[in-house]
Design a protein around this ligand. Structure first.
Ligand code: 4AD
Ligand code: MG
Length: 435
């Protein structure tokens, strides 16, 4: 019995007869030779089936294979510099597990399809090379994020998804029925619980799905996205910025190290990622507004950046930039005011270059109990739901801070994608809940 291997393992089996289980990606025919292109999830393998070397019925079966039929191929691995992965397989046998019928062929053909069609067939679209590359970069980003925090003294403490109150404003809450007339909300951010965890463990992070009922139909918004959020006790805004920069450097270096092939499939200009080096430019909101006005933006001091503003701003630099000290009025209730200028908040946004815009938001939190209570009232948040959060300021309060990074925004930037929808296997958006 030949050994069952994956395509990625072929390099260790040269000149051996092995078995690979997968699907027919494509097929090319030239008279007495047929070239089925096999995919197995780890790569592509060009197979070579020669008529004279195979029983006639088997050759006919191979010749008539249809796209995405499931097959198990046995053959000898041969090095070939011209082949995609550096190897080819000379077919000795092929077992058809399921043949896709001509009457109902695989809907995604090598021709161009519109985005809506592809999104409707997302469950199948994931099999294509480009989608494959994106999801593998995503995996590398997530692994890098975890490795970074795990090796820098952070404890993973996951936070709840059902929550009794808003964290990031009441306008983007998804409400769910939680037994006996009680309402719960899908979490917008793990931050508030993270703050409790930081007071227990010092440095923590949570990483999970978060939800925003965003009515915006932009290339940057999902209604369900994954966010990694570190939180640190005894940390100020400068420390938050330092960690954000170090983490991003770690991620980009890791992707460049382990996902070159995927970046090539995506035709990503890797020079743009290689220029992501320390230090990231740090500018204040005041200065950012001036840069924007000088470049034709309508923005006035006090206003929030629009998508176009972020694009203009990031096009001035070759690496991520950090913008801090936004007007408190446009930021969340928990943001600490700058003691020297209370009208601005000790918050920071990290904007990715090439027009990608905000990928990280964070900063220092209010740690004064009276001020926090006042903020909760001003924002008309239900005080009862925040009693536990106020406790954190009663029992050993300390300056602390952290940030949140949306994984999909980060992946869209690293992959150089036009739209965030391709960065997650099954995106959830304003007009997309299926498949
Ligand atoms: O800036 P945001 O709203 O900050 C927070 O939620 C803080 N509580 C995080 C913290 O300090 N612990 O969101 C953080 C990041 C954004 O920078 C962006 O990357 C991502 O989450 N994000 C979204 N990603 C995709 N779709 C959306 N609708 C997003 N909203 C935010
Ligand atoms: Mg933000």
């Amino acid at each position: 019995m030949p050994t069952r291997i994956t395509i990625s393992e072929a390099v260790r089996h040269e000149a051996e007869t092995v078995e690979i289980a997968g699907w027919l990606y494509n097929i090319r025919k030239s008279g007495k030779i047929v070239f089925p292109l096999l995919r197995d999830g780890t790569g592509l393998m060009q197979c070579v089936a020669v008529k004279s070397a195979l029983p006639e019925a088997l050759f006919e079966t191979i010749k008539n294979l249809t796209q995405e039929s499931s097959i198990v191929v046995t053959g000898k691995i041969r090095a070939d510099a011209r082949a995609a992965g550096g190897f080819e397989m000379d077919v000795e046998n092929l077992e058809v597990v399921q043949r896709v019928p001509e009457s109902d062929p695989y809907p995604i053909t090598p021709k161009e399809h519109g985005t809506e069609f592809l999104m409707d067939h997302r469950h199948l679209w994931l099999r294509s090379q480009r989608q494959h590359a994106i999801i593998r970069v995503r995996h590398a980003v997530i692994k890098a994020v975890r490795d970074y925090f795990d090796s820098h003294g952070f404890t993973l403490v996951d936070t709840p998804i059902f929550t009794p109150a808003a964290c990031e404003g009441t306008t983007t809450l998804f409400e769910v029925n939680y037994f006996e007339d009680e309402k719960a909300y899908l979490t917008q951010s793990g931050q508030l619980y993270n703050e409790a965890n930081a007071m227990a463990f010092g440095k923590v992070y949570c990483f999970g799905p978060t939800f925003r009922a965003e009515k915006s139909k932009t290339r940057r918004h999902l209604t369900e996205f994954w966010m990694v959020e570190p939180e640190m006790a005894y940390a100020d805004l400068e420390e938050v910025k330092r960690v954000a920069e170090e983490m991003l450097l770690f991620i980009t270096a890791r992707v460049l190290e382990t996902r070159r092939e995927e970046l090539k499939v995506l035709e990503r200009d890797v020079a743009k990622l290689e220029s992501v080096q320390s230090p990231f430019p740090r500018i204040g909101y005041d200065e950012a507004v001036k840069i924007l006005q000088a470049n034709g933006s309508e923005i006035q001091w006090g206003g929030d950046f629009g998508g176009t503003d972020e694009t203009i701003l990031t096009q001035q630099f070759d690496r991520p930039i950090m913008v801090d000290r936004f007007p408190s009025a446009i930021k969340a209730f928990y943001m600490a005011p700058d003691p020297d200028r209370p009208e601005v908040a000790l918050g920071v946004d990290v904007l990715a270059p090439e027009g990608y815009g905000e990928i990280i938001g964070g900063g220092q939190r209010v740690h004064d109990p009276e001020l926090l209570l006042r903020r909760i009232e001003e924002h008309q948040l239900p005080k009862e739901a925040f009693n536990w959060y106020l406790d954190l300021r009663k029992y050993g309060t300390v300056p602390h801070g952290g940030f949140g990074m949306g994984i999909e925004r980060c992946v869209a930037w690293i992959c150089g994608l036009e739209h965030i929808r391709e960065t997650i296997a099954f995106p959830r958006m304003l007009y997309r809940l299926r498949p």
